[in-house]
Design a protein around this ligand. Structure first.
Ligand SMILES: Cc1cc2nc3c(=O)[nH]c(=O)nc-3n(C[C@H](O)[C@H](O)[C@H](O)COP(=O)(O)OP(=O)(O)OC[C@H]3O[C@@H](n4cnc5c(N)ncnc54)[C@H](O)[C@@H]3O)c2cc1C
Length: 424
C-alpha cells in the first residue's frame, strides 16, 4: 500500500481497489472517518482484449457526459459481452458469489466463530478449503464455463489481479474474479490511510526505516535485532510480511513450506500509447484498459489509463511479469515524458494444491499473519488473518495465565479472558 507521484499527480501504486463486501476495510474507513471513493463509472471505461496482434474483444467507453447515453452504451456493452460469452457469464457470477457467501463466515461474531490455529482449519470451517486444492481452470470447467470465457475474459482478470494464468489455485482465482465486479471502491487520498490511521489510533510505537534482521527466542522472550543496531525484547512476535524472500535470521530455525512469490513489475508512464504497436490506426481507438491473453510473446499483462490530461497526454499503469526495458517501452509508447518502475514481490505464485505455513511458527509465541496469503492475497484477507492471529494470541496468553492461576494467589485473573477480548 503506497502512492506514487508522477508529473505532479499522485496515484495508488499497488493495492488500489476494495470489494463492497470487504467489511473490515469498510469498518476501518468508517472508524477513521475516511472518505470512500466509489468507482461510479465501473463500466464506463472501455476494455480491449489483445492477443498480441489484434483485439479479439472490445467494449465502448460509456463516458459521454450524458447519463442516458452512458446507460445505453453500458447496456450495449452488456449485450456485446453476452453475445460473445453467453450464459457462461452467469455461471461465473454464481461461482464468485458462492465463494463470497463462504467468505462472509469470517465476519460472524466471536460466539459462533472459533479461533483458528491454522489456515487449513480456517478454510475448512468456512467451506473454502477445496478451492485451494484445485486450479481455477478445473473449477470453472466443472462449473460449465465455456473455454472461450476462461481463455479470454477470466484470463485477462487473473493476469491483471494476480499476474497469473487460470492455472492458479481456485480460491485466489475466485477472489481475483470478485475484484472485477461492480461497486469497487477505494479510500479517497489513498488506501494506505487505513493502515496509517489504525496505527495512529492504537497504543503502539512504530519504528520506521528500521528493519528487523534477527529474531531469537531467549529464555522466556524474543530478542529482535534491527539494522539500526537496536535490540527489542518481546513476549510475542508477529511476522506481518511474507517470509519467502525475507532475510531475517530466526533462532531456533523454523520450517515452512516453500512458496514462490509472483513478482509484478509496475510501470507508470506519462506519455502516449503507440496505437501501431497494438495494431490500431488511431490513438482514439485504444481501449482505456488493454488486457492480454496467456501468450509468452506478449510482454505485459495489462495497460490502463490512470488519467487523461489531454488527447495526447495521459498517465498509464502497466503490469508485467518481467521488467520492461527502455527499448521496448519506446516501441509500446510513442511519447514518454516520465517513467517510474516498481518491482513488487507482490503475492504468492498460486499452485494447487496449496500448502500452508502455520500461524504459530514455533509452538510458543512466534506468529505469521501472511500464512493466509497462500489462500488469497488482498488487503481484506490480511485483515481477516490479522484478526484471527490477534484472537489466537489473546486466547493462548489467557489460557497460559489461567493455568498458572493456583500459584498466583492475589492476582485477579478470573475475568482476564473477557478483559483481553474486550481489548481486542
Ligand atoms: C501491484 C499490486 C496490486 C495489488 N492490488 C490490490 C488491490 O487492488 N486490492 C487488494 O486488496 N490487494 C491488492 N494487492 C495485494 C495487497 O497489496 C497485499 O495483500 C497487502 O498489501 C498485504 O499487506 P501486508 O501488510 O501483509 O504486507 P505489506 O503491505 O507488504 O506490508 C509488509 C510491511 O512489512 C515491512 N517489512 C518487511 N520486512 C521487514 C523487516 N525485516 N523489518 C521490519 N519491517 C519489515 C514492509 O516494509 C512493509 O511495510 C496488490 C498487490 C500488488 C503488489
Amino acid at each position: 500500500m503506497a502512492t506514487i507521484t508522477i508529473a505532479n499527480n499522485t496515484f495508488e501504486a499497488g493495492a488500489s481497489i476494495l470489494h463492497p463486501k470487504n467489511y473490515h476495510a469498510l469498518k476501518f474507513t468508517e472508524f477513521l472517518q475516511l472518505k470512500k471513493k466509489v468507482s461510479e463509472d465501473d463500466d464506463s471505461e472501455s476494455l480491449g482484449i489483445w492477443d498480441g496482434e489484434k483485439f479479439v474483444f472490445t467494449t465502448w467507453s460509456s463516458n459521454w457526459g450524458f447519463s442516458i447515453v452512458n446507460k445505453v452504451v453500458s447496456w450495449l456493452n452488456s449485450c456485446k459481452l453476452l453475445w460473445r460469452y453467453g450464459f457462461s457469464l452467469f455461471k461465473m457470477q454464481n461461482y464468485v458469489e458462492s465463494m463470497l457467501d463462504n467468505f462472509l463466515k469470517f465476519y460472524e461474531g466471536f460466539d459462533t466463530r472459533p479461533v483458528f490455529n491454522g489456515v487449513e482449519e480456517m478454510l475448512k470451517w468456512s467451506g473454502l478449503y477445496n478451492l485451494t486444492s484445485r486450479t481455477l481452470e478445473e473449477e470453472l470447467i466443472d462449473a460449465n464455463l465455456s473455454p472461450l470465457l476462461i481463455n479470454e475474459l477470466v484470463t485477462v482478470i487473473t493476469r491483471i489481479n494476480y499476474g497469473q494464468s487460470t492455472r492458479m489455485s481456485g480460491l485466489a482465482g475466485a477472489v481475483s474474479l470478485a475484484g472485477s465486479g461492480g461497486g469497487l471502491w477505494a479510500v479517497e487520498g489513498g488506501n494506505w490511510q487505513m493502515a496509517a490511521g489504525l496505527i495512529n489510533s492504537s497504543d503502539v510505537k512504530l519504528h520506521l526505516n528500521e528493519e528487523i534482521q534477527s529474531v531469537s527466542h531467549v529464555g522466556t522472550h524474543y530478542e529482535l535485532n534491527s539494522t539500526k543496531g537496536n535490540s527489542y525484547v518481546c513476549q510475542v512476535t508477529v511476522f506481518a510480511t511474507p517470509l519467502d524472500e525475507l532475510k531475517v535470521k530466526i533462532e531456533p530455525p523454523i520450517s515452512i513450506p516453500d512458496r514462490k512469490m509472483q513478482h509484478t513489475h509496475t510501470t507508470f508512464i506519462r506519455g502516449l500509447l503507440n496505437p501501431a504497436y497494438i495494431g490500431l490506426g488511431r490513438v482514439g481507438d485504444i481501449p482505456d484498459l488493454v488486457g492480454t491473453l496467456e501468450d509468452s510473446k506478449i510482454p505485459f499483462s495489462c495497460i490502463s489509463v490512470l488519467k487523461k490530461h489531454s488527447r495526447e497526454d495521459m498517465t498509464y499503469k502497466m503490469f508485467s511479469r518481467k521488467p520492461v526495458d527502455d527499448a521496448l517501452l519506446d516501441q509500446i509508447f510513442s511519447i514518454r515524458k516520465e517513467t517510474i518502475q516498481i518491482d513488487w514481490a507482490a503475492y504468492p505464485h498460486y499452485e494447487a494444491p496449496e500448502a500452508f505455513a502455520p500461524f504459530i511458527l514455533d509452538d510458543l509465541h512466534l506468529y505469521y499473519v501472511n500464512a493466509f496469503e497462500s489462500a488469497a492475497s488482498a488487503m481484506e484477507t490480511g485483515a481477516v488473518s490479522g484478526e484471527n492471529i490477534a484472537r489466537l494470541i489473546l486466547s493462548r496468553i489467557s489460557t497460559e495465565a489461567l493455568s498458572r492461576l493456583p500459584t498466583m494467589k492475589g492476582t485477579t485473573f478470573s475475568s482476564s479472558r473477557d478483559d483481553l477480548y474486550s481489548d481486542l
